[in-house]
Write a protein that binds this ligand. Structure first.
Ligand code: PFF
Length: 458
């Protein structure tokens, strides 16, 4: 597989994987999920899931990718377990579904960059209207998908990842700056309290389900994205430290995004926190007012830089989302890369159209389904519930069962040991053994059965 290329350095892989992980999931989705999930209780569940269940799955995905040097479908076949390649197939479907709505939201973020450049801070108050302007947001979505496809077709993601070495730390510092600014505002403390002081009565199955889905989504796990990226990792690289870095960076940015948002919400609502649970519009409704409070010049500078960098963070994620189905089509069906890219991108865009239209513009897709629980959901909510909240944890469950009981732990240990000398006698090996063999299969299995039976079948 010499001509497959590879990351030029260990840093290259880490940058790409962290680029995939850090995105809209951290800055757009995480705060609104926390807001809807009652605050700190959600945060705690999320952190526990990331470190106890997701980190081991991440290590396993990278190890499978490096061992086989293949896409998620080919990888299971190469290990000799053709049937298990269903995990990869499900992952490819998840990638298509997730990208279909992710691209729509990336378009909103990119559009906000333009609004901020023009000093249109009122857009926050008119967000509901903004997302029904289908020609505008449709145009941005086309631009975003085309840019993603162009990058993937040219195989130039390495350049993007290199650029993100500068851009992501910049985003990080802007968020830190905004966190500090938010602390100076009236009622900030109420927001911090909402975010950090748990009220366990808020935890119910819905919160658990969303926190788990969010953990997998944010870390880009359960759909083989990291099998794909792992296939480019060198044998001398330490998988454990790489996975630890990616997890910490991702969780850290999400945590800071929450720390920035809730004091702002408290400030704008005079401490009532009303609207914290408004869902996907949260950052889009709240942040423009905050940028406006910085004054016309600073507001434009900080606001436009923020949304530009957010779009950039989204781009490194859309690239990885598109890469998964494309690598599959290229490897397994011998299609030319450029043709595969544009065909997949077009398909995904079409699958995403109802998500684009279903936020008020077209009633049919806006009130698309009513769950047995009585909740009415948009088309986009439904796709998200199926792909990110259900398929990803299910993928994680199957990957852990596969690694522990089919492929066997010894083989996993062997692969991780390459690049990590004392792994077999280390404490981290014991932790991985327990999580992969017991905690992941049991906890993920139970949550899966409970939620699917309750959420979708009443
Ligand atoms: N982790 C990305 C985010 O948080 O924005 C979303 C994502 C990217 C999910 C790639 C899955 C994936 F394979």
């Amino acid at each position: 597989m010499a001509n497959r290329g590879g990351f030029s350095s260990k840093l290259g892989f880490i940058m790409a994987a962290a680029g995939s992980a850090v995105g809209l999931g951290n800055i757009w989705k995480f705060p609104f999920e926390v807001g809807a999930g009652g605050g700190a209780a959600f945060l705690l569940m999320y952190l526990a899931f990331c470190f106890i269940l997701c980190f081991p799955v991440m290590v396993t995905e990278i190890a499978i990718g490096r061992k086989t040097q293949l896409n998620p479908v080919g990888a299971f076949k190469a290990l000799g377990y053709k049937r298990w390649s269903i995990i990869g197939k499900m992952g490819i479907l998840s990638g298509v579904l997730i990208l279909s709505f992710y691209n729509v939201v990336a378009g909103w973020a990119f559009g906000y960059f333009i609004e901020m450049v023009m000093g249109n801070f009122e857009v926050g108050g008119n967000f509901g209207e903004y997302i029904t302007n289908v020609f505008k947001i449709g145009g941005y979505a086309v631009v975003f998908m085309a840019t993603t496809a162009y990058i993937v077709s040219k195989g130039i993601s390495a350049g993007i990842e290199r650029a993100s070495k500068i851009l992501m730390p910049t985003l990080f510092f802007i968020i830190i700056g905004l966190v500090l600014y938010s602390f100076t505002l009236p009622n900030a403390f109420k927001g911090v309290q909402f975010y950090l002081v748990p009220d366990f009565s808020e935890i119910n199955l819905e919160v658990v389900f969303n926190a788990l889905g969010q953990a997998f989504f944010s870390l880009s796990l359960g759909m083989g994205a990291l099998i794909t990226y792992g296939s480019y990792v060198g044998k001398k690289d330490n998988i454990i430290t790489s996975a630890a870095f990616i997890t910490l960076a991702d969780v850290g940015i999400a945590f800071l995004a929450g720390l920035m948002m809730f004091p702002f919400v408290a400030y704008l609502t005079e401490g009532t926190m009303e609207g914290a649970a408004q869902g996907p519009g949260l950052i889009f409704a709240v942040l423009p007012g905050v940028f406006q409070s910085l004054g016309p010049i600073l507001g434009v500078i900080v606001g436009s830089t923020f949304f530009l960098l957010l779009s950039f963070a989204a781009l490194t994620s859309t690239v990885s989302l598109l890469e998964v189905p494309v690598t599959y089509v290229v490897d397994e069906h011998q299609v030319k890369r450029s043709r595969a890219v544009w065909a997949v991108a077009l398909t995904v865009f079409l699958v995403g159209l109802p998500s684009l239209l279903g936020n008020g513009a077209v009633e049919f897709f806006t009130s698309f389904v009513t769950y047995p629980s009585g909740e009415t959901k948009t088309f986009m909510d439904l796709v998200e519930n199926i792909s990110s909240d259900t398929f990803l944890p299910l993928g994680g469950f199957l990957i852990s069962v596969f690694a522990a009981y089919v492929w066997k732990k010894e083989n996993l240990h062997e692969e991780i040991s390459s690049g990590f000398d004392g792994f077999k006698t280390s404490l981290i090996r014991k932790f991985l053994d327990v999580t992969i063999s017991y905690l992941c299969p049991i906890i993920l299995g139970i949550i899966f059965i409970l939620t699917v039976s309750q959420k979708f079948f009443g």
